[in-house]
Design a protein around this ligand. Sequence first.
Ligand code: UTP
Length: 297
Amino acid sequence: MTEFKRVRKAVFPVAGLGTRFLPATKAVPKEMLTVVDQPVIQHVFDEARAAGIEHFVFVTGRNKAVIEDHFDLQVELQHTLVERGKTEALKALADAMPEAGRTSFTRQQEPLGLGHAVWCARDIIGDEPFALLLPDMVMQAETGCMSAMVELYGRTGGNIISTEEVPWEETHKYGVVVKGADVEGGFRLEGMVEKPPRGTAPSNLYINGRYILQPEIFDILSKQTPGAGGEIQLTDAMLTLAGTQPFYGYTFTGRTFDCGSREGFIKANVAYAMWDREMAENLRPELEALLRDIKPI
Ligand code: UTP
């Protein structure tokens, strides 16, 4: 069996402005809003770490420095917790931390699009395949989405895009894929269509924010002209790359929440709270009563 270069590094583009979630995201980066007791970015970091990722590259922008602080020691807090014997809190902090030297932070000076943000990581990634996780998208599953993608990559090599089923009548809102022949754990990906007009979607599998890409994407991105919305689009670069390299699709069967939107964020909080047995037991009756009793104003 062919041995493919291992996926060791992951890119987290966190330089977006979060305009859909203003004013909450004026001073607090949307990646630091919490889903239950962890910031959104921690959920996504944990997914990457569980997939065996060893180095975590954050492409940040202005006002995002708190993300770097989140992944650093908070020495005073640490001391106080030790003095007070708060072992559980100390463990929670330790579990959330990357090992020293395993993170890199680079700046996307202007938010010129997702493709441009990914390109900003080129020097840190170098000449190896890498994982890309859109931190808005929080995924709930027993086996993480990226873990399953790394496994598929181990069999196929090439580039991998994660997808998830949506109702056919909603496909016009998403980027969807053209599905080819099945392979073990996935399928050959024959194309991608951004927001297909109603009734024309080639599949009901939308691209849900996780990728494994080969480093040749960086050369393509460096020549990429602005596309939709005047932004450097990652999809345009992937379509060019698909002309010379194989792409495979993985179908995620857990739940994805778009935490960059108000509704997705609320759903993620409920879903993660219900995942915690104790919290679920306490909260479920109260939530049911709220849903029943509260009427829109
Ligand atoms: P989004 O379009 O969802 O993020 O980009 P946004 O621009 O922050 O959100 P809205 O639409 O204004 O509310 C998807 C991902 O790409 C990153 C974002 O941070 C997000 O994680 N991104 C986007 C960048 O890092 N740089 C960009 O120039 C654009």
